[in-house]
Design a protein around this ligand. Sequence first.
Ligand code: SF4
Length: 309
Amino acid sequence: MIVTIDDNSGFCFGVTTAIETAERELQKGPLFCLGDIVHNGQEVNRLAHLGLETIDYDDLRSMRNVRVLLRAHGEPPSTYRIAQQNMIEIIDASCPVVLRLQKMIRDTYQNHVLNLRAKHSDQPIPQIVIFGQKGHAEVIGLEGQTNNTAIVIESLQDINKIDFTRPIYLFSQTTKSVEEFNAIVEEIQNRIANSEVHIQPSTFEYHDTICRNVANRVKRLQAFAQNNDVILFVGGKKSSNAKVLFQNCLEVNPCTIFVSNEADITVDILQQCHAANRVGICGATSTPKWLMEQIKTRIETNVPMAHTT
Ligand code: SF4
């Protein structure tokens, strides 16, 4: 049995930078993080042992004179306002790719929505549409750039939320699938073309803002999954990126098993691995390399642990 860890799996540069920032800033004194620094319980626990305390928005509102790290997902303008009012020092580890997307949305909102409203124009007010997961931290940050007026669509089925007689500006959460985004673009174009109210096709502007760090992983991950008999996909249960990439592996290799940590390696899984020639270990953009290495050692040393959930 050969056990291989996928070279392309593991933290993206945005998450790596946020974690390095946390480690560096923890050496200077107490540090809080607004939300889990990454959607991986093992890594959150490791940093908690170094002193990083996770807080939520209610905590933030009640805190004064502390240092708070903003994770790679980015934050809405309201977070910065609260921090300023409460004399909280922000350590901003928002990913630059997310910050660029926030700026694009903010500029579009300012130039195409607010300016039109200010002119009291009788032209239809444009809509900003975000293809993303409602309630996801990154999407909350993006909605905040439009004063929470953006329409969030999670899938093609949500497309009816859009008014096809008004101009549309479409953006995407950075971790969504390119194929789904393209299908949504195509459907919007069809609806505009078939609309009874004639509007210019130019009133639909779309921006593929999916992070290539994630999008480019799928093909390589699927090639890796195909080259192995059994795949152990390591991911956090709360990670949407892990769920998507796990499905991508499963599509090409039905012997793909989702595990979150060493304790998930049951006797059955060990037997399955040892009956195979090639076992591959891979993960999401939120999966630490050290965790995949731990799983590899567990498989190779063949020590079953009691399954815990
Ligand atoms: S997936 Fe891309 S946009 Fe998101 S944190 Fe990583 S590098 Fe940044």
